[in-house]
Design a protein around this ligand. Structure first.
Ligand code: ADP
Length: 352
């Protein structure tokens, strides 16, 4: 192979998009490539005339001096970042690699990472705004549900008083209307309670703990009405996971109770399996129930979205929204695999 000539090296030096320099131990640049002029807007003479520290952003001065001292002591520098002043008064972020030489000079190369920094900042701000909006939404749902509860309670009380006041004068028709009013108001109360529950989820500041899911599912079986003939199957014992026990309880209870509610026959079952995906667990909660048409696979995870009326099957449409929120707040995700008429499998990931 041919040896690279000094001319060729000088050519590459001039062509490079990165900023190359040789600096003296007295704090001045001694040699710079053209990228310096293109990036910062000065002539090379202007850059060579003053100590390079003069171009550094005041907030980055201390760190730069520390790095400088390290170089003086013979230490290399990798990925050090600071801001340099441009001729038109702006700042450019530079990321440095520098190597001290035996003669006291420093060979260094810097990369302009300003646009990368701006992207990072924009993403960070977007995340903060998203977090704020989510928090405001939760707050809103929380306050509204609280405020709706007391007038609703008054409506229920008033309907009862009307019933009592009418006494003998209460016709069957009015009694039926009042009963209907009470059912509807009760339904609304349930929806408000569920919404409140939904808003509260994810506000949990407590640290996560190790949870025994086999025990948790036994607890769910203890509180859940399970029709005769319906089976809850756990083919392999489940391994412990980290999470908030109450939220894990709600998660599995909602999936199990849905499998029961939307069963096809009394010979229904739901099976819960767990597999190892490395950083995550995958859980599959599969039933042999009525199934869900592919058109609704997204919609069912939204708040108050139901595929059945309350007259057909009782519910408020918050269960799966809550399940999704619990999973996503932990950093997992959930999907459903199903076809109408042939069961449903809810598959979700849960970080280890
Ligand atoms: P709810 O059960 O109160 O209606 P969910 O949010 O739990 O609310 O479920 C939303 C809808 O998704 C339900 O109305 C139902 O139509 C459908 N669904 C949920 N789980 C199942 C299931 N295991 N099998 C079939 N359909 C289901």
């Amino acid at each position: 192979m041919q040896k690279t000539t000094p001319d060729q090296l000088a050519h590459f030096f001039a062509l490079s998009l990165d900023l190359f320099c040789v600096a003296d131990s007295d704090g001045y640049f001694r040699m710079l490539n053209d990228a310096w002029g293109r990036t910062l807007g000065y002539s090379l003479d202007e850059l060579l005339a003053v100590p390079y520290i003069n171009f550094v952003h005041p907030e980055d001065l201390n760190a730069t001096v520390t790095v400088q001292q390290g170089l003086d002591d013979g230490l290399q520098v990798l990925d050090f970042e600071n801001r340099y002043l441009t001729k038109d008064g702006n700042w450019r972020w530079l990321s440095w690699k520098a190597v001290p030489q035996a003669d006291g000079t420093i060979y260094a190369v810097a990369r302009d990472i300003t646009s990368q920094k701006e992207d990072e900042k924009a993403t960070e701000q977007l995340l903060i705004r998203l977090e704020q909006t989510n928090h405001e939404l939760d707050q809103f749902a929380y306050i509204v549900s609280h405020d709706l509860k007391s007038p609703l309670r008054s409506i229920l009380n008033l309907s009862q008083w009307i019933q009592e006041d009418l006494g003998e004068a209460l016709t069957t028709e009015v009694a039926a209307h009042i009963a209907l009013l009470q059912v509807r108001a009760g339904k609304m109360q349930q929806m408000i309670d569920d919404l409140l529950q939904y808003a509260k989820t994810g506000r949990n500041e407590k640290p996560v703990v190790e949870v025994d899911l086999n025990h948790l599912i036994l607890e769910i079986q203890g509180v859940q009405q399970i029709p005769v003939g319906f089976r809850i199957e756990i083919p392999q014992p489940l391994l412990n996971v980290f999470g908030h026990p109450v939220e894990l309880f709600q998660l599995f209870q909602n999936l199990i109770s849905n499998a029961i509610k939307y069963r096809k026959s009394d010979m229904g079952f739901v099976s819960i399996t767990q597999s190892d995906l490395g950083d995550y667990w995958r859980f599959e909660v599969a039933d042999n129930g009525i199934g869900i048409d592919a058109n609704h696979h997204q919609r069912i995870f939204e708040v108050f979205q139901r595929l059945h009326t309350s007259e057909e099957i009782d519910g408020t449409g918050i269960g799966l929204a809550l399940v999704k929120k619990i999973i996503e707040r932990m950093g997992g995700s959930i999907v459903v695999h199903s076809q109408k008429g042939s069961g449903a499998t809810f598959s979700f990931t849960w970080p280890k």
